[in-house]
Ligand binder design. Structure first.
Ligand SMILES: Nc1nc2c(ncn2[C@@H]2O[C@H](COP(=O)(O)OP(=O)(O)OP(=O)(O)O)[C@@H](O)[C@H]2O)c(=O)[nH]1
Ligand SMILES: [Zn+2]
Length: 298
């Protein structure tokens, strides 16, 4: 019996990486009965006598699992964010950051389309980038998204992680993956839209080695509409609020109507981004109005 990591899943075969090589395996029948689908990124037990043939026996406990792309044990997301005036929105960015925090995935923000910005807007974006860095998110941003320095920074960020590339439609996810792995040849722009129109393409998913990390070769996007958490938990997914709230007067302060709230004081002092706080309020209301029954995980 060996232990390894699923690196690729393709029509019933699972390629498992262990002690420096890949083993092609199939899942033992009892998996299907128990309705467990092995995912790329899973740590598994398997048996194999040759690299071409073996059986996947057991999936070890998962840290997390994403739906799009379907990958388990992800610990880093590169959140690709287009910076042009037509596309950039702190609301969309914060939604993604919160959704990833809820999934237990750390985010690095990667700014694209900076080459299309005037110097003035570029300077504005730099200011905002500094504010997100202060929150605790690394922001990778250059005057051109795909110049050597910015790509090197992405590769360094990937080191030691299992990562996915996330972001809104057209942000530049496939372009980034193609730069990280020349030869991957993902369709970009209009071609990618034409291919995706009207159908859900089920491609194979692989984890590819980039520098010293692993990244899923399929970019992702979640519908960030519902956070599967109670509204009162939302504050836990804003790292700067978590730090500040130790000084809120009330335990369980949600920083809305409570007096002596450290988050609101920091907001008034300009130490919390007004856009972050506004987005927080909006997400809070959205969750409250959903009236969904929460099946809280963990
Ligand atoms: N000028 C410029 N164009 C970019 C940049 N990044 C991406 N693009 C272009 O924007 C378009 C969309 O890029 P994609 O890489 O396909 O975006 P995506 O996020 O994979 O999009 P979806 O597949 O729709 O989710 C393409 O035409 C890219 O060439 C950038 O930094 N600068
Ligand atoms: Zn508070």
């Amino acid at each position: 019996m060996k232990i390894g990591q699923i690196r690729q899943s393709l029509s019933g075969f699972y390629d498992i990486y262990a002690d420096g090589q890949l083993y092609r395996t199939r899942a033992r029948g009892n998996f299907r009965k128990r309705k467990i689908t092995p995912l790329v990124g899973d740590q598994v037990e398997f048996e194999s006598t040759t690299p071409q043939e073996g059986y996947l026996l057991k999936i070890l406990d998962r840290e997390n699992e994403l739906v799009r792309p379907p990958v388990a044990n992800v610990d880093l997301a590169i959140v690709v964010t287009a910076t042009t005036e037509q596309e950039f929105s702190t609301n969309l960015l914060d939604r993604q950051l919160v959704a990833l925090e809820v999934a237990g995935v750390h985010s690095v923000i990667y700014m694209t389309k900076t080459d299309l910005l005037s110097d003035e807007i570029y300077a504005e974006r730099q200011k905002l980038a500094a504010a997100y860095e202060k929150i605790g998110y690394q922001v990778i941003m250059g005057r051109h998204a795909f110049e050597a320095d910015t790509l090197t920074a992405v590769k360094q960020a990937l080191a030691g992680h299992v990562a996915v590339v996330m972001g809104q439609t057209g942000a530049g996810k496939s372009t980034l993956l193609n730069h990280l792995q020349p030869g991957l040849d993902l369709a970009t722009g209009e071609i990618s839209q034409a291919l995706n129109r009207g159908k859900h393409t089920t491609r194979k998913v692989s984890l590819i080695e980039v520098a010293d990390g692993l990244v899923a070769d399929t970019p992702g996007f979640s519908s960030y509409e519902v956070f599967d958490i109670p509204a009162t938990d939302l504050t836990h997914y804003f790292p700067e609020f978590v730090r500040l709230s130790v000084d809120c007067k009330y335990r369980g302060c949600v920083h809305i109507n409570e007096p002596h709230c450290a988050v609101k004081e920091a907001l008034a002092a300009g130490e919390v981004l007004a856009s972050r706080y506004d987005n927080y309020l909006q997400f809070y209301e959205t969750i409250k109005n959903k009236k969904v029954i929460y099946n809280k995980k963990k």
